[in-house]
Ligand binder design. Structure first.
Ligand SMILES: Nc1ncnc2c1ncn2[C@@H]1O[C@H](COP(=O)(O)OP(=O)(O)OP(=O)(O)O)[C@@H](O)[C@H]1O
Ligand SMILES: [Mg+2]
Length: 358
């Protein structure tokens, strides 16, 4: 029997393009080590699609051989790429394009259109979770979760600086400003005086793909993140929470995220069992309310033992050093086996939905 074959999409137009390549690089390694055949689709910045195929790894190849394989040499127009996608060669699609296209529901909708089961969240959950403020509005209405107050500023509102400052007067300083739909801490800043708001808002709006600046009250406390896997039909499980301590003592910014050794990421988080249980329950509540499936990672600030929700990432980083893979290992799970299971779940889920629709 031919091996199950997965189309992995990565790259994309957002500021997280390079991070997505690194995520795909390790993901392709884990999928091949899990016995799956992989077709790589690199969504390049020039609009072309780079493709390559990888056979399943045999014992002894090791994961390392996947390194640097994710930059295919041959490129196509979308038409060419579509032909190979629609030819029945693949059993599932796995978008790992962080941000625009991959995390906002677009690629998920594209895969649904060409009837390829999609690993991870569907269109609605992806699109919703992409907007941090709309996600909080939903969670506020449907869960008991705590979360910071915030307001989104659209690009056309940024020029009226006096109006902006008046409108944001209801929010207490210090304030955190970030793209409402961005990731990886691009365009992130903290202001302690209202006069600093216009510059911070412009910075957040200037990030590639940003459609608004989220101005949010700062929650003071320890940073924790919790990965969740599964779906409502087959059960939802949380993985051990991770405590994040940037050495510079500030926020989990770009430097703290991507400079080797700049942050302590302790997994499982050395916290009392009751606090860990609270974080895991909060992460699962958010995952359930948004309607996620497959996998996701939920970010919180822990203030006096209470997790305050910041955001849910439907396509969290999957580089070798990323938080999601660390949580998987800490749970005693193997990454190749987990990703294989997520692919199989996507295939079964899609068959079940098709059957229910008939
Ligand atoms: N309201 C807040 N209070 C305190 N710190 C915050 C707040 N919002 C953001 N931060 C800090 O900024 C970091 C990035 O924020 P957030 O997780 O919302 O965005 P992100 O850039 O999408 O992250 P990711 O890379 O996880 O997708 C957080 O990890 C935290 O350190
Ligand atoms: Mg985050």
């Amino acid at each position: 029997m031919a091996a199950t074959s997965v189309a992995v999409f990565f790259g994309g137009p957002s500021a997280e393009h390079e991070i997505s390549i690194r995520s795909a690089d390790s993901l392709i390694g884990w999928l091949s080590a899990g016995g799956l055949a992989v077709g790589a689709f690199h969504l390049r910045r020039d609009g072309r699609v780079g493709t390559a195929t990888f056979a399943p790894l045999t014992a002894g190849d090791g994961e390392a051989t996947a390194l640097s394989r994710a930059r295919p040499a041959s490129t196509h127009s979308w038409g060419g790429a579509l032909e190979s996608l629609a030819g029945g060669k693949f059993d599932a699609g796995f978008p790992i394009v962080h941000g625009t296209l991959g995390e906002d529901g677009s690629l998920q909708g594209f895969l649904a259109t060409i009837e390829l089961p999609c690993v991870g969240c569907d269109v609605l959950a992806s699109a919703l979770a992409m907007d941090k403020q709309k996600t909080k509005s939903l969670l506020m209405a449907t869960t008991e979760l705590r979360m910071p107050r915030g307001e989104t500023i659209a690009p056309h509102e940024a020029a009226d600086e006096v109006g902006l400052i008046a409108r944001l007067a209801r929010l207490a300083l210090p304030l955190i400003i970030k793209p409402v739909d961005g990731g990886s801490s691009y365009g992130l800043s903290r202001v302690t005086e209202r006069a600093g708001l216009p510059v911070a808002i412009r910075l957040a709006l200037g990030v590639e793909g940003s459609t608004g600046a989220l101005v949010e009250e700062q929650v003071v406390g320890d940073e924790v993140t919790c990965a969740v896997i599964g779906d409502a039909a087959r059960g939802i499980e949380s993985l051990p929470p991770i405590l994040i301590r940037p050495h510079h003592g500030g926020m989990f910014d770009l430097e703290a995220k991507y400079t080797h050794g700049a942050t302590d990421e302790i997994c499982p988080a050395p916290l009392p069992p009751s606090t860990l249980a609270r974080i895991e329950a909060a992460a699962k509540a958010a995952y359930r309310a948004i309607g996620c499936r497959g996998f996701a990672r939920v970010d919180f600030i822990l203030a006096d033992g209470v997790p305050w929700f910041l955001e849910l990432n439907t396509l969290p980083g999957l580089t070798r050093e990323s938080l999601f893979p660390r949580a998987v290992r800490a749970a005693g799970l193997e990454l190749p086996a987990l990703f294989r299971r997520l692919v199989e779940d996507a295939m079964h889920g899609s068959r079940a939905r098709a059957k229910a629709a008939r």
